[in-house]
Design a protein around this ligand. Structure first.
Ligand code: FES
Ligand code: FES
Length: 173
């Protein structure tokens, strides 16, 4: 066992875990963050995606110990990222979702929902790098960005594209 200190959704958390414990296990089982999902456990589906310093990583194949010192954001922390970027006060922040989350609701993207935490994390990564993506950019980001495409067994890809475009417009306002 090792003592691992992580920064997750803006808070410093120390856990006792196996030295090779996957970040996903620590997030879900020790920190109670159930947004990231266990799918393939092989970096091949995207269900477990989280942000590390704003960049998407696959938490199923990332050792928790290897991201100590990086800022980890799960879907549970996405609204706070937006609140900080926009300088919202505590009251406003408590009532405001990230535009990506709001777009997902407005478009009614999820069917079963299992993949959608990872999809929104991928959207956050994309819109940070490219605030005005074309449809081709969105398809490229979700389909051809290593280590693998983000997979949705329910086939909600058209709705995901629409929601990313909607979120981009909202974030530009
Ligand atoms: S569970 Fe991590 S990529 Fe599938
Ligand atoms: S909404 Fe069911 S797997 Fe994507």
């Amino acid at each position: 066992m090792a003592s691992i200190t992580l920064t997750v959704n803006g808070a410093t958390r120390t856990v006792e875990a196996a030295a090779d414990a996957p970040l996903l296990y620590v997030l879900r089982n020790q920190l109670g963050l159930s947004g990231p999902k266990l799918g393939c456990e092989m970096a091949q589906c995207g269900a477990c995606a989280v942000l590390a310093d704003g960049e998407e990583i696959r938490s199923c194949v990332t050792r928790a110990a290897n991201v100590a010192g990086r800022s980890i954001v799960t879907i549970e922390g996405l609204a706070a990222v937006w609140a900080e970027q926009r300088g919202l006060d505590a009251t406003e922040a408590a009532a405001t979702l990230h535009p990506i989350q709001q777009a997902w609701i407005d478009v009614q993207v999820p069917q079963c929902g299992y993949c959608q935490s990872g999809m929104m994390i991928a959207a956050a990564d994309l819109l940070e790098r490219n605030p005005t993506p074309t449809e081709a950019d969105i398809r490229e980001a979700f389909s051809n960005t290593p280590p693998s495409p983000h997979l949705c067994r329910c086939g909600m890809y058209p709705a995901i594209i629409e929601a990313v475009q909607r979120a981009a417009r909202a974030m530009a306002d």
